[in-house]
Design a protein around this ligand. Sequence first.
Ligand SMILES: Cc1cc2nc3c(=O)[nH]c(=O)nc-3n(C[C@H](O)[C@H](O)[C@H](O)COP(=O)(O)OP(=O)(O)OC[C@H]3O[C@@H](n4cnc5c(N)ncnc54)[C@H](O)[C@@H]3O)c2cc1C
Ligand SMILES: *[C@@H]1O[C@H](CO)[C@@H](O)[C@H](O)[C@H]1NC(C)=O
Ligand SMILES: *[C@@H]1O[C@H](CO)[C@@H](O)[C@H](O)[C@H]1NC(C)=O
Ligand SMILES: *[C@@H]1O[C@H](CO)[C@@H](O)[C@H](O)[C@H]1NC(C)=O
Length: 357
Amino acid sequence: MPQTSPPSILVIGAGITGLSTATLLQKHLSTANITIVAAETPNTPSPSVDYASMWAGAHYRPIHPLSTEQLKEEFRMGVRTAEVMKGIAREFPDSGVEFMPGVEYLENPPEEIFKIRNGDVYAGANDEFRILSQDALPQGAKWGCEYQSYCVNISIYCRWLMGRFLANGGRILQHRLSNAVDAFTLADGDRTGDVPVVVNCSGRNFDRDPKMKIIRGQTVLVRQQYTKTITRQNADGSWAFLIPRPRRGGTIVGGTKEVDDWEATARPETRAKLLQQCVETFPDFVDSVEKFEVVQDNVGRRPWREGGYRIEIESVGPGRTLVHGYGAGGRGYELSWGAAERILELVKESLAARARL
Ligand SMILES: Cc1cc2nc3c(=O)[nH]c(=O)nc-3n(C[C@H](O)[C@H](O)[C@H](O)COP(=O)(O)OP(=O)(O)OC[C@H]3O[C@@H](n4cnc5c(N)ncnc54)[C@H](O)[C@@H]3O)c2cc1C
Ligand SMILES: *[C@@H]1O[C@H](CO)[C@@H](O)[C@H](O)[C@H]1NC(C)=O
Ligand SMILES: *[C@@H]1O[C@H](CO)[C@@H](O)[C@H](O)[C@H]1NC(C)=O
Ligand SMILES: *[C@@H]1O[C@H](CO)[C@@H](O)[C@H](O)[C@H]1NC(C)=O
């Protein structure tokens, strides 16, 4: 049967995953008609805690060692995303992406980390990765490294992605669905029979997948500007990190990782603890708590999924295909382009299957 109208594709979600995916689909499927439907968008004035992309740092911090298939795949996606981000930072200084040194200190490093050598690829090609010598480490740290990383001013970057999507003919529909499957009828309109592909980049908000959990994150945005992104993993499992927001957006002081903690408002005692920890851990940034100029507290729910990101096709009825892309946990920005490329492949597969019907 000849196709008269271009294929419609509907992407649920305007978080980092949905925006990156929609942009990439637009670029590679130039004849497709692409719509984003989202309860909240980067223009929503007071985003909810469930809209994770509005509360991220966001920096790129690779995860080693690669002990599972999932971590290996995420590593590949991270390296690929860094490559794309490098192009974006170079070509579009207004995008809110900036490369800068990344530094890590580990108090309790896993044994396998000692297998990594200077010059190995840690974050991406030409990342200038080097292991810090023992005498360059702060007290208590047993392993450390430095490499080229990048940070994202999330509000600028998400709006920039959205602007490009709209400028290239994409549409955004602000609407809360009660079920992802409703998106098929929403997109159908009066063009009965032209069932589109629906891409599910909804973060965690439908609550249908029992493998989904939330990991609460609280951080503090301060006016002071740091020059690199630095992370310290403490022996007790807690984290101290600084993430500068490019384009004078200040610095994120973080942060917590609280599994299944649903508290939506910032805890004052957590803010106090984070600032105190920052002064002790990174005294070259701000040397006393009184000196911080706090801009705001951030609280967000990371959409974490047991077993990792769900990027797969699900058939939900005759000729109706859902392509899932959710469950990025704490890594949605740094894996975004790698994930979007995998989703693109699945959308192409779905369209090809549909054309054969
Ligand atoms: C404190 C904190 C720090 C973080 N730091 C980093 C970092 O440094 N680096 C990094 O890579 N990641 C970081 N993350 C993780 C990152 O924020 C997430 O992985 C990422 O935002 C997930 O994006 P997403 O697009 O999948 O989901 P979301 O951003 O949650 O977007 C979901 C979208 O789906 C829409 N939606 C949901 N339900 C419905 C519905 N029923 N109907 C219609 N639309 C719906 C929402 O409105 C929204 O548009 C951090 C997170 C937190 C909380
Ligand atoms: C894209 O889809 C929308 C909604 O289904 C429709 O109004 C619009 O005309 C379509 N555009 C093209 C180029 O087909
Ligand atoms: C869509 O994504 C959500 C996560 O937000 C997940 O719980 C759900 O199972 C997915 N599929 C459907 C049909 O909703
Ligand atoms: C992003 O940077 C701009 C300055 O360019 C700043 O005003 C804004 O607060 C920053 N956004 C965030 C969320 O840090």
